[in-house]
Every structure is written in C-alpha cells, then in structure tokens.
Design a protein around this ligand. Structure first.
Ligand SMILES: [Zn+2]
Length: 142
C-alpha cells in the first residue's frame, strides 16, 4: 500500500497513512501529464542545411539577400577548398571589372555609361564570391 500524499509505503494490512491520515491506495494514480502544445511559428527542417536551402530558394533572386552576407547553401556547406576558390575568383572578378575601367578608351560621357553595367556586375559577383569564400572559411564544420 502506498500513501498518495506523502508517498510512504506500507504493508498490505495498513489502510490509513500514519503520518498524514489519508487513505492508502494500492497504486499511485498515474500522473496527469499535461499535453504540451506543439505550436511552431515556422516549420523547420531537422537539418540546418535544408533550412538554409529552403531560405535560399525564397531569396535567390534578391540581390540584397546575397550582399547581406548570405550565400547559396551549396557553397556554404561545400567545404574549405571551395572557400579558397571563391575568394580567388572573387578577387579575380574584381580586378577584371576594375581593369575594364582603365583599359577602355573613354572619350565621351556615354562611354562611361557603357562600362557601368559590366563594372557593377563584375564587382557585385566579385564581392559575393569573396563574402562567400570568407563565410565558408569561417564555418569549416558542417
Ligand atoms: Zn501519508
């Protein structure tokens, strides 16, 4: 027998708890387990990689997302060598776009306007690659 209040154990003969005078029971009633409310604001994948992939899928056409330091998950989780390659490619891309400014024969104002798209695109890609490379080198563990 067992007391439901103080959890004291007694022999079969006893019916009342000597300490708290409460009726003894054979078994303690099962504790009512309060059902936890599983409410998720956002459904998350168990894998960080899949979360990133999902997140990336939503923002891949948003240049602001790229420049905000976010990189495609395939690059992020690709391993350290990719980080080095990305850094080198990024620097190379920046040098190329920069050199196009000096190599071009600027005579009129309109000549500059023609280079700007190449310059900004090359520069943007270069910066993205460098950021991705740095980020990759920082997170060596998956
Ligand atoms: Zn008791």
């Amino acid at each position: 027998m067992i007391c439901p209040k103080c959890k004291s154990k007694y022999e079969k003969e006893f019916t009342v708890c000597s300490k708290c005078k409460s009726q003894l029971v054979h078994k303690l009633p099962k504790q009512i387990i309060s059902k936890k409310k599983y409410r998720f604001k956002k459904r998350l994948h168990p894998s960080k990689y899949l979360n990133d992939l999902d997140e990336w899928g939503k923002h891949q056409y948003n240049p602001g997302y790229w420049t905000g330091g976010n990189i495609p998950p395939d690059l992020k989780y690709g391993g350290k060598p990719i980080g080095v390659i990305l850094l080198l490619l990024g620097v190379f891309s920046l040098i190329l776009s920069g050199s196009s400014l000096f190599e071009s024969d600027i005579k009129h104002l309109t000549d500059i306007l023609e280079i700007i798209p190449n310059l900004t695109l090359g520069g943007l890609i270069g910066i993205i690659m460098i950021l991705a490379g740095i980020s990759k080198l920082k997170n060596t563990d998956r």
